[in-house]
Design a protein around this ligand. Structure first.
Ligand code: NAD
Ligand code: USQ
Length: 382
C-alpha cells in the first residue's frame, strides 16, 4: 500500500515513515522543513543531532535497500499539494504536518494566527485535494487528547450519547481545549467530520496523548537515523524534558501543583497505532475517532518516577514546583477511554523502570548539547 506521511521529517512522522517502510509499505514523505526553521528562529535545537532529511533517507536506503520518496513543500500551497498527490498517488495519507506546540501558539497574536492558518488551511487543502481526485484515499489525521480538555466526566472516543428533554442523540464529544494550538486541532476535527459527511470521504482522527521516548526499532539502527528529542520550554514535552533536566542536574520543572493528568504513550506505540489505523481503514462517509494513549499519569507522578530512576542511577534529582505559566486545572478528574486501538491489536509498551533508564542514559549521552537557557518556560498564557 502507498502511504504518504505529511510531516515526515518531524518527531512522530520520521519514526512512522521508517516503521511503515520497514513493514513493506511504499512510503513518501512530505515536509516543508518549517519545524527546522522554527527551531532556528527561536534559537532551540533537538538534544540529539538530526541529519538533513535527504541524508536520513539515503542512509535508510543504504541500510535496508528500501526507498522513500521525498517531496519538500508546504501543504498550505494547494498547487504543491495537488501535484504531489498526483505524482505519488497515495492510498492512505498520514497527516502529522502541523505546528504542534501549545506554548508556541500562545506567544502572541502572530504565533496564534500562524499556528491556526498553518494547521487549519493545510488540513482543509488535503480534504479538497482528496475530494477532487482521491475520494477513496484514507486520511489518518493526528489529533490530540487535549482537544477534550479536562472535563469532570469520562472522556469517550470522539462521540458522546446524550439524553436531553426525553430525546437521545450521539454527537461529537464536547471540546474544551487549553491553547490556540489545541483549538486548531478541534477546528480540524470539525472540518474533517463535515467533509466526510458531505463528500463521503474516509478518515480516522487519532487523538494522541503526550508522546515520550526516542528510539524505535528503525530509528535505533544508525546514528544518522536518530530521532529528534526536544527539551526546550517551547517544543519539549513533559517526560522528555524531565529526563533531560535530570541528566544535567536541573530541578524538574513541574508547573504548579502537578496534578495535571494526561494520556501518555511511547513513540514505539505511536508508529504501531498509525499502522493499525491504516491497515483497518475507516468506512467512507465517516470520521472515526481513536484515543491514542496507553497510560494516564499526573505530571507530578512522572516527576517522582524520574527522580526515583535518576537517584538509582546516581543522579541527584530534585523536583521544583514552578508558578504555572499556563492557565489549566492543576487538580482534576481525568478518565479517558482508549479501547479502540487495543481492540485492533495494539500491545502497549508501558512506562517501565528500564525505559526510564534508557531515556535517562540517552539524555546523559547528549547532555553536552543542552542549552541551559532553554529549560525554564518563557511563554505565559496570561
Ligand atoms: P514535529 O514538529 O516534530 O513535526 C511536524 C512536522 O510537520 C515538521 O517536520 C514540520 O516541518 C512539518 N510541517 C508543519 N507544517 C507543515 C506544512 N504546512 N506543510 C508541510 N510540512 C509541515 O511534531 P510532532 O511531535 O512529530 O507532531 C506531529 C503531529 O502529531 C502534530 O500534528 C501534533 O499535533 C500531533 N501530536 C504530537 C504529540 C507529541 O507529543 N509530539 C502528541 C499528540 C499529537
Ligand atoms: N508541564 C509541566 N512541566 C513542564 C512541561 C509541561 O508541568 O516542564 C505540564 C503542562 O503544564 C501540562 C502537561 O505537563 O499540564 C503537558 O504539557 P506538555 O508540554 O508535555 O504537552 P502539551 O502542551 O499538552 O503538548 C504535547 C504536544 C502536542 C500534543 C499534546 C498531547 O506538544 O503536540 O498535542 O502533547 S495532549 O496533551 O494529550 O493534548
Amino acid at each position: 500500500m502507498k502511504v504518504l506521511v505529511i510531516g515526515g521529517d518531524g518527531y512522530c512522522g520520521w519514526a512512522t515513515a521508517l516503521h511503515l517502510s520497514n513493514r513493506g509499505y511504499e512510503v513518501g514523505i512530505v515536509d516543508s522543513l518549517v519545524r527546522r526553521y522554527w527551531d532556528a528562529q527561536k534559537g532551540v535545537e533537538s538534544l540529539t543531532p538530526i541529519a538533513p532529511i535527504q541524508r536520513r533517507i539515503e542512509r535508510w536506503s543504504d541500510l535496508t535497500g528500501k526507498s522513500i520518496d521525498l517531496y519538500i513543500g508546504d501543504i498550505t500551497d494547494y498547487s504543491f499539494l495537488s501535484q504531489t498527490l498526483h505524482e505519488f498517488e497515495p492510498e492512505a495519507i498520514v497527516h502529522y504536518g502541523e505546528q504542534r506546540s501549545a506554548p508556541f501558539s500562545m506567544i502572541d497574536r502572530e504565533h496564534a494566527v500562524e499556528t491556526q492558518v498553518n494547521n487549519v488551511v493545510g488540513t482543509l487543502n488535503i480534504l479538497y485535494a482528496m475530494r477532487q481526485d482521491f475520494p477513496d484515499c484514507h486520511l489518518v489525521k493526528l489529533g490530540t487528547m487535549g482537544e477534550y480538555g479536562t472535563p469532570n466526566i469520562d472522556i469517550e472516543e470522539g462521540y458522546l450519547t446524550l439524553e436531553h428533554n426525553g430525546r437521545t442523540d450521539t454527537v461529537p464529544y464536547p471540546k474544551q481545549p487549553g491553547s490556540f494550538y489545541h483549538l486548531s486541532k478541534v477546528h480540524d476535527s470539525h472540518n474533517i467530520h463535515f467533509a466526510c459527511k458531505i463528500w463521503g470521504l474516509r478518515a480516522t482522527d487519532l487523538n494522541q496523548g503526550v508522546v515520550y521516548g526516542v528510539l524505535t526499532e528503525e530509528t535505533g539502527m544508525d546514528e544518522l537515523l536518530v530521532n529528534r528529542l526536544d527539551y526546550d520550554g517551547i517544543f519539549g514535552t513533559a517526560l522528555n524534558r524531565f529526563c533531560t533536566q535530570a541528566a544535567i542536574g536541573h530541578p524538574l520543572t513541574v508547573y504548579g501543583q502537578g496534578g495535571q493528568t494526561r494520556g501518555f504513550l511511547d513513540i514505539r506505540d505511536t508508529v504501531r497505532c498509525v499502522e493499525l489505523a491504516i491497515a483497518n481503514p475507516a468506512e467512507s462517509g465517516h470520521l472515526r475517532v481513536f484515543n491514542q494513549f496507553t497510560e494516564q499519569f499526573s505530571v507530578g507522578d512522572l516527576a517522582l518516577m524520574v527522580k526515583k530512576a535518576g537517584n538509582a542511577m546516581g543522579l541527584d534529582v530534585e523536583i521544583n514546583h514552578l508558578d504555572n505559566p499556563r492557565v489549566e486545572q492543576e487538580k482534576h478528574y481525568f478518565h479517558a477511554k482508549n479501547t479502540n486501538l487495543l481492540n485492533l491489536g495494539l500491545q502497549p509498551h508501558y512506562l517501565s523502570d528500564s525505559l526510564l533508564d534508557s531515556l535517562l542514559n540517552f539524555a546523559t549521552k547528549y547532555k553536552h548539547r543542552v542549552d541551559k537557557n532553554q529549560i525554564l518556560p518563557k511563554v505565559s498564557w496570561k
